[in-house]
Design a protein around this ligand. Sequence first.
Ligand code: NAD
Length: 416
Amino acid sequence: MTGMEDNNVLTSTQIVIEDALRKLGYGDDMVELLKEPMRLLTVRIPVRMDDGKTRVFIGFRAQHNDAVGPTKGGVRFHPDVNEIEVKALSIWMSLKCGIANLPYGGGKGGIICDPRKMSFRELERLSRGYVRAISQIVGPTKDIPAPDVMTNAQIMAWMMDEYSRIREFDSPGFITGKPLVLGGSMGRESATAKGVAIMIDEAMAKKNIPVNGARVVIQGFGNAGSFLAKFMHDAGARVIAISDVNGALYNEQGLDIEDLMDRRDSFGTVTNLFKDTISNDELLSLECDVLVPAAIENQITASNADRIRAKIIVEAANGPTTLEATRIVTDRGILLIPDVLASAGGVIVSYFEWVQNNQGYYWSEAEVDLKLREMMVRGFNSVYELHAMKKVDMRLAAYMVGVRKMAEAVRLRGWI
Ligand code: NAD
C-alpha cells in the first residue's frame, strides 16, 4: 500500500521508545529492557464447536513491564491478531498508563478468531478456555485484562466468572469492562470516546477553533467512533462523515448521528444500509477541522498524508498513523494528538473500575466523568508542554511522558 514505508507497528514503536529514552538520558540497558515485553505467553485453546467438532484457537498475552505495578490491557478477538501486534499494543498500554499516571504497566492479549462467524455459546467456551490457559500469569495484582476490538462486557463477565471459579473466590478485580451488575463502572462503555472528546476540546482550544459548528470526520463507527460521534454532535459540532469497514457516509450539512447509532450493528457496521457512499480513502482526505481515525492501524501513511485536509488529527485508534506520516502531517502544521494520549480514557476508567472493585464502593457517573476529565487534561498538558519546550513532535513528547515513570521505577527497583 505504501511502497517502501515500514508499517510494522512494533518496529516503529521501538524507534520512538528508544528515541524517548535517549532524550530522557537513559542508556542501552534501559532501551534493551523496555523495547520488548518482558513476557509473552502463546496458548492453544481447544474449543468444542456447536457441530460437535473441536477447533484449536491460538491466543496470546503480552506483559510489557511490571516495575510500576500490575500490567493492564485489553483482549482482542480478530482474525488478524498476531504476536507482533500484541507486543506493540502492550507497549502502547504502558505509555497510556504512564501518561495518565496510573499505577500499572502495559499488557495486551488477543485470540486469532472471527467472532462474527461464531455462536454465542462458542464465544463463551473460547473466552473461558482463554482464561484457563493464561490463568497462571494473570490476576487482580498481576495483570488485569479488559475489552478491546470485538470483545465486550459479556465476554468480560464470562472471563471473570471463569477466573473466580479457578481461584475459588469472587474476583471482580481480575478484569475490567464488566457489566454494571458484576462490578462494572459507570461510564466505562463510552470512556474511550469521552476521553477523545476531551482531547478534541483541548486541541481545538490550542488552535482557536470553536467546537460549535466545527466539522468532524470519524473513521470507524464501533465503540470508540460511534460514541465519539454522539458526544461531538451533542457538543454542537457537525459530524460530516463517518465510516466502517465497508465504506463511508458523507454529508456536508452533518449526518443524523442518532439514527446511525440506532441502525448500526454490534460490530459497528451501518454503511451497508445506504446506497450513496464514499470510500474510506476519500473520507480521510475530506476538508475538515478534526479528523479522528477510530478504526484500525496504518490508515494515514506516507502515501496519503499530504492529502489530509484536517487542522487537527486525534488518534482514537491504536497506531493509525505511520512514523513517516506523523512527520509529514506535523511538518504541514497539522496538530496531531497521538493514540497513547488520545485514547487513554478507556484504561483510565478501567483503573477506576478496579479501584471500585478493590474498595467494594461504587461511584456515580458524574464522579467518574470528573476524574476522567482531570486525568486526561493533566496528560494533555504534560505532553503539550514537553512538545513545546523540547521542540519535539507530539508523538515523541507523549512517549517521553509515557515511559519516564516506568524507567524511573525500573531504576529505583535496582533492575538497571
Ligand atoms: P470496534 O470493533 O467496536 O469498531 C471498529 C470500527 O472500525 C467498526 O466500525 C469497523 O467497521 C471499522 N473498521 C474495521 N476495519 C476497517 C477498515 N479497514 N477501514 C475502515 N473502518 C474499519 O472497535 P473499537 O473498540 O471502537 O476500537 C477502534 C480502535 O480504537 C482500535 O484501534 C482500538 O484498539 C482503539 N481503542 C479502543 C478502545 C475501546 O475502549 N474501545 C480503547 C482504546 C483504543
